[in-house]
Design a protein. Structure first.
Lengths: 315, 571
């Protein structure tokens, strides 16, 4: 088991190293440098050269890369090229915002998605099953900018005005305001992610319900409640956990559109910003952090498997 | 999403509303919004025995009447001066806000917010007049080669120290230092030397006579920064060392800036507002809903597609001002086919300018004449506008040796969208004359590195400058500007006109020189400038005494105040 865990940890480090190199390489082969973009259509040859020197863009590629890796390991993440501020402080706020949104959405997805999926499985091919599956498909098939804008118009529009249209509020300046700003974006995300979880839970549960040990459990007279909660869900939810782990990574960095629609400053918008401005140190760190979230949440999923499924433990 | 400077510069403002106001109409839409303040002013005027025009009278009656009918008679007919104080003004933009360093600005959002925290020596007001700011007066010597600026004494920086000539000198030395790599270094004037003569006197020695020097000092890049701030140049990205009406309270890059009232501001009694907030809303539907809900009070830049929808919202004032922002088709004139003026003229003749404006910018603009000087500038020459004439275009092409026309590639950046729209419309307009255009759309990064200023046909984008000199030099001069059209070498006499004009102090002579240049540019120049877009903004009608500047990033809020309908007004 120790070997298994060690193996997973090493693979995380390897993934991160490869990702860092790919990103660094990719930003260098794209046309146009950060200096070029910063000066835009006002650049003169001398101002361009001065800026490139200042940014260290005139040094060889491998040196830039090694310096950067050294910095990360030593805790010096460098400064954003364009914002001229420490990358760490810029990213901190965005990670926090994204994490709030992710926790909210993921909790909603778990609390709604797993019961619905289980219900659909138990009423397989019934009317309720059909309703749940159709409903969740509608959620996933409408693009998020449509869902988002509809929610804004409805709940934040002049008729209701229950919630703010966008932006965020610090937790320190009031829990209610903080909460209000999170509701619409996480509702949008929940609608999108629900289908994954409902569908995965449903098929996982159906699969398990057919198994011999469930039949055994029923035959030995275990109450239905216990059969479902203890025997079925514990095994049927394993694939759902993987889906949720992937969703966490998605929520942390790939929800640009939702962040833009709700003017929410999270990691997604930061990455787009960093790409369009060729802000390499910022981009690198942001992508690395998202890669880390993906790998770590998958690691956590593996650990959860370990707990839920003894077969892995004894392998 | 992209933060290009031109986009920034291009953010101008609308003035239709302002002009109307100047003529004595209410700032709100008559019948839709109640301008209690305006009505009140009229009544005061009446009491003071002033004369009231018919229009004023109608307005007063209309305003008070509708107020009575819909709101009940408001006892607050007279706003005491003190009632103007307080409140937070919230402004929104769609992109930018990366640095607070005035010298390193790259987009309009940054120009807007640093205006609240800093001062220039002189500023450009909404009537496009150059007026004193930190300098209380200035004087040209040696015909305009040497300029002496007298600073206002007793002005305080936010750090508590007085603004002195040393700060001005340090600021300009920093921006002129090539190591600073300031993007707008080329636009602050041909400064050779800057010295402090005494505590309040600064002398600029220029490389040549330059009549528009004070105007050049109004651009956002030349805001005056305290020496302490310049000593930590990198730190200026997130801190401010200004003397403006507001001081920095909070800055989250890419999201928002909040500033609060500076009690020691040199304009006594100003500003009225407690603070101002600028917030980025990347999605314009969200931005507009926020304005409807009074979650924000002003939108810096409304797209032409949404303008009429926004301007007719209840409680919202649309603001439209003709500015000098344009998007130009660049025809490289140093090699075939565009080195032949007949070919350039032929392409110019294919454009139906009114239709182009309507299709691309919803009629919110002014027809252009293939030179960059709009009617918003002094020295604008009102020459006869070129009309579409396909027959003539065909004949010119035939004469130039292209009886069957020819094909060429026109490259455009996807940002801002106006470039691509112009390209698509031009392609269709020019096809009947024999121009077969292939349009290549690319990201801004690729555009900058592969197309821009590389001597190929593409579409540029320019914002309003303080003076005609600034935009003309930028576009045509091979050394002081870019000469993207590769045209200067074949037209040295025209370039000489520009050089003469900036060194000429006599207004009539300058007018003639600029007029001659605009004519040459229209008839032989390397650009098609079909129209100038209006600057379009919107605000809640409770935001009072705000004037949209034709350079809309000059968002001056010193005298702005919020009436009691404002949601964030305290008390």
């Amino acid at each position: 088991m120790v070997l298994y865990v060690l193996n997973r940890v090493l693979s995380i480090l390897l993934v991160l190293l490869v990702v860092s190199f790919i990103i660094f390489f990719a930003t260098r082969i794209l046309p146009g440098s950060a200096a070029n973009l910063m000066l835009g259509e006002y650049a003169t040859k001398e101002s361009l050269q001065a800026l490139e020197r200042e940014m260290g863009l005139d040094k060889p590629f491998y040196l830039q890369y090694l310096n950067w890796i050294k910095g990360i390991v030593g805790g010096h993440w460098g400064d954003s090229l364009v914002m001229k501020q420490p990358v760490a402080s810029i990213i901190k706020l965005r990670v926090k915002n994204s994490a709030f949104l992710a926790i909210f959405s993921l909790s909603a997805v778990i609390l709604i998605g797993i019961p619905l999926g289980t219900l659909a499985a138990l009423r397989q091919k019934g009317k309720l099953d059909l309703a749940i599956m159709t409903g969740s498909y509608i959620g996933i098939s409408i693009p998020e900018f449509v869902t988002g804008i509809l929610l804004i118009l409805f709940f934040a529009g002049p008729w209701m005005q229950l919630l703010p249209t966008g932006g965020y509020q610090e937790l320190s300046s009031g829990v209610l305001g903080w909460l209000k700003h999170l509701i619409l974006p996480s509702a949008t995300l929940t609608l999108i992610l629900l289908a994954h979880v409902v569908r995965q839970t449903r098929s996982g549960v159906i699969e398990v319900l057919k198994s011999n040990y469930i039949r055994t459990a029923r035959l030995k007279g275990a109450p239905e409640r216990r059969v479902i909660l203890r025997h079925t869900l514990r095994n049927g939810l394993l694939p759902t956990i993987t889906v949720l782990a992937m969703d966490l990574g998605y929520l942390m960095g790939s929800i640009v559109i939702v962040e833009e629609v709700f003017a929410y400053p999270g990691m997604g918008r930061l990455i787009i910003y960093a790409i369009t401005n060729r802000d390499v140190p910022l981009l690198e760190m942001a992508v690395l952090i998202i890669a880390a979230v993906y790998t770590i949440s998958n690691f956590a999923a593996d650990m959860l498997y370990l707990y839920l499924d003894p077969r892995i433990r004894y392998r | 999403m992209l933060h290009n400077k031109e986009q920034a510069l291009a953010e101008g403002e609308g003035e239709g509303k302002l002009r109307r106001k100047k003529n004595g109409e209410a700032q709100g839409k008559p019948g839709k919004t109640f301008d209690l303040e305006g009505g009140d002013r009229m009544i005061k005027k009446k009491r003071q025995g002033g004369t009231i025009s018919r229009r004023d009278f109608l307005r007063t009656v209309g305003v008070v009447g509708s107020g009575l009918a819909l709101q009940g008679f408001s006892p607050r007919m007279s706003f005491a001066q003190s009632e103007k104080y307080g409140g937070l003004l919230r402004v929104s933009g769609t992109f930018g806000l990366t640095t607070l360093n005035p010298m390193m600005h790259i987009s309009a959002a940054e120009w807007v917010v640093t205006k609240w925290m800093y001062n220039n020596l002189a500023r450009l007001n909404y009537k496009r007049e150059v007026v004193p700011d930190l300098a209380e007066s200035w004087e040209a010597k040696e015909n305009g080669k040497v300029w002496v600026f007298k600073l206002r004494p007793g002005v305080k920086f936010h750090i508590g120290r007085e603004v002195t000539a040393e700060d001005v000198v340090a600021t300009f030395q920093t921006i002129l230092d090539p190591k600073t790599a300031a993007p707008y270094r080329g636009e602050i004037g041909p400064i050779d030397k800057v010295e402090a003569l005494d505590k309040y006197t600064v002398r600029f020695t220029l490389k040549m006579i330059f009549a528009d020097f004070p105007a050049a000092l109004t651009i956002p890049a030349s805001r005056i920064i305290a020496r302490e701030g310049l000593a930590d140049f990198k730190g200026l990205a997130a801190k401010e060392f200004g003397s403006g009406p507001f001081k920095l309270k909070e800055f989250v890059p890419g999201d928002h800036v909040t500033v609060e009232r500076f009690p020691d501001y040199f304009k006594k009694g100003f500003p009225y507002l407690d603070g101002v907030n600028f917030k980025i809303f990347p999605e314009s539907m969200t931005e507009i809903t926020a304005l409807k809900n009074k979650e924000i009070d002003m939108i810096l830049d409304v797209t032409p597609e949404l303008y009429s929808q926004v301007a007719t919202l209840p409680g919202v004032d649309g603001m439209a001002v003709p500015g000098g922002t344009f998007s130009n088709v660049i025809m490289p004139s140093d090699k075939p086919p565009f080195n032949d003026n007949r070919v350039r003229e032929a392409l110019k003749y294919t454009v139906d300018r009114n239709l182009m404006l309507a299709a691309v910018y919803g009629k919110h603009g002014e027809i252009g004449n293939d030179h960059p000087v709009s009617s918003a500038y002094a020295f604008y020459a009102d020459l006869p506008k070129r009309q579409q004439d396909i027959k003539k275009a065909k004949a010119l092409l035939k004469e130039a040796g292209y009886p069957n026309g020819f094909a060429f590639k026109l490259s455009v950046s996807s940002s801002p969208p106006i470039r691509e729209k112009i390209a698509v419309v031009l392609k269709e307009m020019a096809r009947p004359a024999g121009f077969n255009m292939e349009i290549e759309v690319m990201g801004y990064d690729r555009f900058l590195s592969q197309v821009w200023n590389k001597g190929v046909p593409y579409i540029g984008y320019y914002g309003t400058r303080p003076t005609a000199d600034a935009i003309l030099m930028k576009l045509y001069h091979p050394k002081e500007g870019l000469d993207e059209g590769r045209w200067a070498a074949s037209h040295p006499d025209a370039i000489k006109l520009l050089e003469q004009a900036r060194e000429t102090v006599n207004i009539e002579k300058r007018n003639k020189l600029y007029g001659d240049f605009q004519k040459i540019s229209r008839d032989e120049g390397p650009f098609i400038i079909a129209f100038f877009r209006n600057e379009l903004s919107a605000k809640g009608n409770y935001v009072k005494d705000f004037h949209l500047n034709p350079s809309n990033y000059e968002l001056e809020v010193d005298e702005v105040w919020l009436s009691s309908e404002a949601p964030k007004k305290k008390g």
